[in-house]
Design a protein around this ligand. Structure first.
Ligand code: SF4
Length: 423
């Protein structure tokens, strides 16, 4: 696909002979220097990136083009974010792994009665949160299956015993108790949420999240990863993210790459996130997560994205999303994960000194000290953040009134936890 000529080249062609001659000469060299690619990259550097140019850039060829793309993204990251790479010290609370969806790549979900199926009791939740608080964690990340009570009577029964009708109502109670009884800041990531759910959870969560994953409707067709996942139609996920924007909730979202989407569809997903952020200003972080094959999932034989594919997507995400924080989880990459720093990310996500990654249990997080060392070896400083990013900590409209003093008591003047030494 050819990129449109940039404005400077148009001017050169139309009226200035010397510059026009130079332009023509450069066109002769196109095959050697990837001129359409270079023009697209130059425009992207200046913030002029369209869907077409992003689709061109994400196809960067290994070598000169990919190196140039990553360098431009890294330079933009350095300019907007400096040399700081953040992470959040968290515990992971898988409130329930029952889920009404059957995503083809998921190893987390279970049906009732399956080995490992579990809904945590309040005592279990609080025990994990308290242990995390003792280790200096500041975030309680609640991840859970989507609306299991819609199809499992066992879940309805358990919720009734706990005094609730819905999983989201039980989640809200546990967020409130974790906040009040342990001091950890909840960050709820429970799947689709309606306005009322978001309003309730906002009172106890300074930030929340929902992975967009992809805007591709194709992925919901028969044989595709979301063909039996009623919560995965992109329009529904965009609606939740938009509602969070209307309610001014600092919001984490992201894309999942390598699940059958095309490169253009990846770009469409990034632009959909950008468009919502332009309207509501609430996207605090965009995760570029790579699919990992596991032996017990339907997509066990599906190829994983290679590292350069992950890197090119992170780089395009940086150029499209600009000042938004771009994250990739270090435990889902090979041991040379610091390579991804060259692609323009500025956050490693939540790292737990206590709980495993229940979504990818076979991929342990690196120790925080090791992560700090390896980040420093690339010239960056690993810096702890809260679950809510520093950009939002002092903006009243983005933090519920009842949470403001608590959140700010955990932050310094920059909105970061005062103790910066990795522990
Ligand atoms: S990825 Fe989420 S929504 Fe899909 S099956 Fe797993 S837990 Fe359920």
């Amino acid at each position: 696909m050819a990129a449109p000529l940039c404005a400077k080249t148009q001017i050169a062609r139309e009226g200035q002979p010397r510059r026009a001659a130079l332009t023509c000469y450069m066109q002769v060299l196109t095959s050697m220097t990837s001129l359409p690619f270079d023009e697209a990259l130059a425009a992207a550097r200046e913030g002029e990136i369209t869907r077409d140019t992003a689709c061109l850039l994400i196809r960067a060829r290994e070598g000169y083009e990919l190196d140039s793309l990553m360098r431009a993204a890294a330079q933009l990251r350095n300019r907007l974010k400096g040399r700081r790479i953040t992470y959040s010290k968290k515990v992971f609370i898988p409130l329930t792994n029952l889920c009404r969806d059957y995503c083809g790549y998921c190893t987390f979900r279970k049906d009732p009665g399956q080995p490992g199926a579990q809904t945590m009791t309040p005592d279990e939740v609080l025990a994990v949160a308290e242990a995390g608080a003792r280790l200096g964690c500041k975030e309680a990340l609640f991840s859970l299956g989507d609306r299991p009570e819609a199809i499992f009577p066992e879940m309805r029964k358990m919720l009734a015993q706990l005094g609730h009708r819905t999983t989201l109502s039980y989640l809200a109670e546990m967020c409130e108790r974790v906040l009040n009884e342990t001091g950890l800041l909840p960050h709820a990531n429970p799947g689709l949420m309606g306005r009322k759910d978001l309003e309730t959870l906002r009172r106890f969560n300074p930030s929340m999240g929902l992975m967009l994953e992809s805007t591709s409707e194709r992925l919901t067709l028969a044989g595709m990863p979301h063909d039996n996942a009623p919560d995965k139609p992109p329009s529904l996920r965009l609606k939740t993210i938009e509602e969070a924007g209307r309610l001014k909730i600092p919001f984490t979202t992201g894309i999942l790459i390598g699940i059958g989407e095309t490169l253009d569809e990846r770009v469409d997903s990034l632009f959909a996130i950008r468009e919502l952020h332009e309207r509501y200003g609430h996207i605090q972080e965009v995760i570029v997560q790579n699919f990992r094959a596991k032996p017990d999932i339907p997509m066990r034989n599906h190829p994983e994205p290679i590292q350069s594919d992950h890197a090119r997507t992170i780089a395009v995400a940086r150029l499209v999303l600009r000042e938004m924080n771009v994250q990739a989880p270090p435990n889902l990459s090979d041991d040379d994960y610091p390579f991804l720093l060259k692609a323009g990310l500025n956050d490693w996500g939540g790292i737990s000194p206590l709980t495993p990654d229940f979504i990818n249990p076979e991929k342990p997080w690196p120790h925080i000290e090791r992560l700090a060392e390896r980040t420093a070896a690339k010239g960056f400083e690993l810096t702890e953040r809260l679950s809510v990013y520093p950009e939002f900590v002092y903006r009243d409209e983005f933090i519920d009134e009842g949470l403001r003093s608590r959140v700010r008591s955990m932050a310094d003047g920059q909105g970061l936890p005062p103790s910066q030494a990795p522990a």
